[in-house]
Design a protein around this ligand. Structure first.
Ligand SMILES: [Zn+2]
Length: 49
């Protein structure tokens, strides 16, 4: 199932499944926010697309 995470900065991250959206969110958090995002944190922000 596709998942979407809307980052507080306004970026929308879309993944084809949980693993994909989590990976992209972790990458975004690290590169843009210098933040380590856990899988649980990312999934808590994810909504079905
Ligand atoms: Zn962001």
């Amino acid at each position: 199932m596709k998942k979407v995470i809307q980052c507080p900065c306004g970026t929308v991250i879309e993944g084809r499944d949980d693993d994909d959206v989590v990976r992209q969110a972790q990458e975004h958090a690290k590169q843009v926010h210098q933040m380590e995002l856990s899988r649980d944190q990312a999934l808590a922000m994810a909504r079905p697309a």
